[in-house]
Design a protein around this ligand. Structure first.
Ligand code: B12
Length: 353
């Protein structure tokens, strides 16, 4: 369908009316539920329906049903951990489908029903999320010790554990990709399944950023060359560790790097790229709902004469791991699953091999 963009915006517009209608539909069908929900739970219920519509709209825009399925899988796990059964989510999706079908044309419903139908049929399937202990990685014992220290609030112990390894010649890249990264993923899983609090996740993430900054003297030791790269997160994106790791890997390979961090405004990045004129831009997008903004940002970047026309743009993080062709939809030159693959791909793109 050519009008995915307009239809996606129409779906987003329904966020102002549908959540209240769907919650009312639920409560009409299930008076027991209506009685047992507190005001706070009702607010969360409304907000969850809003999130479902946002992810649906963004997945329709991206033409990637798998993004919506993955989100529903994620939401199911989260809701179960706070006592909401998967059956209730399935019901919400059915009610959402009925309400959207009332509000949209036959053509639009053909599109949206394909997205919703698949998610509804899979919502009761088993969750496949991998725990840290089950990950395929030889450094898991070290990662587990590091995580245990962090969760006990023993940041300094975690730091000295890492510094000891580095002093002993342990490869820095392995620490990044086989300790910090899986530990961060595990934190997400523990938070999503209600086993750790938001505060614990924030503490551990901040502590790992501190540990990474202590490693900088060991990082910038290699041979330097003239290539420049800029790494930034999409506007609205608060997940910054991935972009920082990517930037550090380029630095380790001798690039001059400019890491701009979270939530980078479009005008700000355009001006910066016009001044720095890098060979490469790495954009990190973790939340699916930020995808369209990044696509708009890339098209503005490409239309700015001060920015070198040959500058390559790489994209990465969560939605790209779920939908491997998504980089094309946002107008990037490629994507990579992790920091090492990002450096390798950049080398290939720039040398034209
Ligand atoms: C820490 C964290 C946060 C922190 C981030 C703080 C910070 N300073 O960065 C805070 C508290 C802000 C946060 C907020 C939220 N978070 Co959060 N968060 C995480 C967590 C636990 C870790 C992220 C991380 O540090 N990863 C480590 C890095 C190294 O890995 P990475 O990002 O994948 O990066 C690697 C590759 O992807 C790749 N890469 C990354 N960027 C790029 C770019 C390019 C160009 C390339 C080529 C490659 C590349 O290379 C990197 C290095 O190898 C994840 C769990 C997870 N599984 O990721 C959840 C997670 C991403 N968050 C999640 C959620 C839901 C949220 C919130 C909506 C929660 C809420 N209700 O408020 C908000 C949204 C905030 C926003 N608007 O952006 C969900 C997302 C679920 C989904 N289906 O989308 C996750 C998966 C947690 C979970 N399991 O439920 N979060």
């Amino acid at each position: 369908m050519e009008n995915d963009d307009m239809f996606s915006k129409k779906l987003l517009g329904l966020k102002s009316t549908l959540p209240a209608l769907i919650v009312a539909d639920h409560f009409n069908q299930r008076p027991d539920m209506a009685r047992s929900y507190s005001e706070y739970q009702k607010e969360n219920f409304l907000s969850d329906i809003g999130w479902i519509i946002s992810f649906l709209a963004e997945s329709v825009w991206a033409r990637e049903p798998v993004l919506f399925e993955e989100f529903i899988f994620w939401l199911k796990t989260f809701l179960i951990s706070v006592g909401v059964p998967a059956k209730d989510l399935e019901e919400s999706l059915r009610l959402l489908k009925a309400r959207i079908n009332e509000a949209c044309s036959a053509d639009e419903n053909n599109v949206v029903n394909a997205f919703l139908g698949k998610a509804i049929s899979q919502v009761m399937a088993d969750d496949l999320k991998t725990s840290l202990a089950a990950m395929d990685n030889t450094l898991i014992p070290l990662a587990q010790d590091y995580l245990d220290c962090m969760l006990k609030g023993e940041r300094n112990l975690a730091l000295s554990m890492v510094l000891d390894k580095v002093e002993a010649g342990f490869p820095m890249k392995d620490l990044y990709l086989q300790v910090f990264q899986p530990v961060q993923y595990e934190l997400g899983r523990l938070w999503q399944t209600n086993r750790i609090s938001v505060a614990q996740e924030h503490y551990c993430t901040a502590a790992t950023q501190l540990v990474m900054s202590q490693l900088y003297p060991y990082l910038f030791t290699g041979k330097r060359h003239e290539r420049k790269m800029v790494a930034a997160c999409a506007p609205g994106e608060l997940h910054e560790l991935g972009a920082r790791m990517v930037s550090d890997f380029f630095e380790m390979e001798g690039w001059n790097t400019y890491y701009l961090g979270a939530n980078m405004p479009v005008n700000g990045i355009i001006n910066f790229l016009g001044v720095i004129k890098p060979a490469l831009l790495a954009i990190s997008v973790t939340m699916t709902v930020n995808l369209r903004t990044v696509a708009e940002m890339i098209s503005q970047i490409r239309a700015t004469p001060e920015i070198p026309a040959g500058m390559k743009i790489l994209a990465g993080d969560y939605p790209f791991r779920v939908a491997n062709d998504l980089w094309q939809r946002i107008g990037a030159d490629g994507w990579a699953v992790n920091a090492q693959e990002a450096v390798d791909l950049a080398g290939r793109l720039i040398s034209g091999t």
